[in-house]
Design a protein around this ligand. Structure first.
Ligand code: GLN
Length: 497
């Protein structure tokens, strides 16, 4: 039965429709795969096999009565940042240990309404702050990929949605939800050799998603290919009156865009993304992407995004500022952990000292600092002004092109523990992704190749606001040309054994 875990989401949906297998069968196959591999990978913080089996049985009944939804019977994973009714939701923080929401996030409600089955809640960096999954209070996720140099070092799956990306890559679910505040879908997708889509800000409701930086947070999807990611995204998207930033726009059939050739598309290449010290393998894969699109009839144009260099400093002012405000609610009174002190203030202090990890504390401190009376204008307001200039750069570029092609990350996956000595080193990972969030644009990462060490490399496509279809269209051309068939080392090892 384990073959069922190798199906794509689209194939699984078709197989279920044709009644080649039942939802119970494909769900059980995934539960077995989780039992076999996840003790080593740590993708799931909470496994929910009972819920999955119950949902699968209900799904099979619905199917039998002719009422199948868009994702009917397909087992997926949910990043543990989405509130799930009655199921522990931790945001990978100790402060939320044991927190069982009394309501369903809009995204999970939509997925369930379409017939999806939940296998469990996926690990992430604490409150989605990080690029390596090492800030999780529940232990870091291990990538199913290894370097081929015999070193056997455990690699990071990327972050913050590392559990989601590693689980999709290791066949521990057909597809998974993620969130992307500064790259948390695109970077782990690139590191794990899968597809990830971060839609336009406002495309997907944030209601019931634990907040990190509200003006940047956006939910999106992971799949082993773009079609799967596009399908999941369609189910997640759409207007929600419960989130005032969620736009009332029709949701296109994102996957249909894959059928269109990129012929005639103008693809912008931003010269500022050729950053100093960029590894040759990244430069090379980018050039390949350019050549593939050109060969398919796209027109390549040079564009300039002059404020790119301010992306990281601006992001690392705005994101911590919003985080310090959002995380004020964790006070030991309303949610999760509580450490009693002699009075209310000491209870707050002790709870927050014990409940938050180092990275979260660092961000709360930086955020409080840049918002404080004396520094607000110098840092926060200035950052907001530069944020506008970053958006203007993109809008200017889109006068000359329809879509922008760039690397997803400045390197392939690194080993767990690397880049930990200095927070700035970790922040540099986000150099190609944060500006997209600052501008609220849609972006995706598609697997484009394998480096000399046998690790996946991703390419990023960035679109105009609300134009997910064009990035999917261009991404599809790259996907076809790259013909990425590599499977993670862990699965190869299992196959051989
Ligand atoms: N790595 C970035 C950060 O640490 C982005 C995280 C995210 O997108 N959630 O903030």
């Amino acid at each position: 039965m384990s073959d069922l875990t190798n199906l794509s989401l689209a194939e699984a949906a078709k197989g279920l429709e044709k009644k080649e297998f039942s939802s119970l069968e494909i769900t059980k196959a995934h539960i077995e795969q989780i039992e076999k591999l996840d003790d080593g990978l740590n993708c799931y913080i909470t496994r929910t096999p009972e819920i999955a089996l119950k949902q699968a049985a209900e799904s099979d009944k619905r199917r039998a009565s002719g009422k199948a939804g868009y994702l009917e019977g397909c087992p997926i994973g949910i990043k543990d940042l989405f509130c799930t009714d009655g199921v522990q939701t931790t945001a990978a923080s100790k402060i939320l240990e044991g927190f069982k929401p009394q309501y369903e996030s809009t995204v999970t409600a939509k997925l369930f309404a379409d017939g999806a089955v939940m296998l469990g809640k996926l690990n992430l960096d604490e409150f989605a702050m990080g690029s390596s999954n090492t800030t999780s209070a529940y232990g870091n996720v291990i990538s199913p990929w290894k370097r081929n140099d015999g070193s056997n070092a455990d690699l990071t799956p990327g972050g913050s949605s590392g559990g989601s990306a590693a689980a999709v890559s290791a066949r521990l679910c057909l597809a998974a939800t993620g969130t992307d505040t500064g790259g948390s879908i695109r970077q782990p997708a690139a590191f794990c050799g899968i597809a990830g889509i971060k839609p336009t800000y406002g495309r997907v409701s944030r209601w019931g998603v634990v907040a990190f930086a509200s003006s940047l947070d956006q939910a999106g999807s992971f799949g082993r290919n773009l079609e799967d990611a596009a399908m999941l995204l369609k189910s997640m998207s759409g207007f929600d009156p419960k989130d005032s930033t969620c736009a009332d726009k029709p949701v296109p059939d994102f996957a249909a865009a894959l059928k269109q050739s990129p012929k005639g598309l103008k693809v912008g290449i931003p010269k500022e993304y050729r950053v100093e010290g960029m590894p040759k393998e990244i430069e090379d894969i980018w050039q390949k992407g350019i050549d593939w699109l050109k060969a398919e009839g796209a027109e390549i144009v040079d564009v300039s995004l002059p404020h790119t260099k301010y992306g990281l400093p601006v992001y690392y002012i705005i994101a911590p500022a919003e985080c310090s405000s959002n995380l004020a609610r964790y006070d030991g009174v309303r949610y999760g952990l509580r450490v009693d002190g002699k009075d209310l203030n000491e209870t707050y202090e002790k709870t927050r000292a014990a409940g938050f990890g180092d990275e979260v504390k660092r961000r709360i401190m930086v955020g409080s600092y840049v918002l404080s009376a004396g520094y607000y204008d110098a840092y926060y307001i200035k950052a907001q002004k530069v944020r506008r200039l970053i958006l203007n750069d993109f809008l200017e570029a889109y006068k000359q092109c329809d879509v922008i092609l760039a690397p997803s990350t400045p390197s392939a996956a690194f080993a767990i523990g690397e880049n930990e000595d200095d927070p700035i080193k970790m922040y540099l990972n986000d150099v190609f992704t944060v500006t997209v969030n600052l501008a609220g644009l849609p972006g995706l990462s598609v697997p484009a190749g394998i480096n000399e060490q046998g690790l996946p490399l991703g390419l990023q496509l960035i679109g105009r606001p609300w134009d997910e279809e064009t990035i999917i269209r261009a991404g599809g051309a790259i996907e076809r040309a790259a013909n990425f068939t590599a499977i993670p080392s862990l699965l190869k090892a299992k196959k051989a054994a």
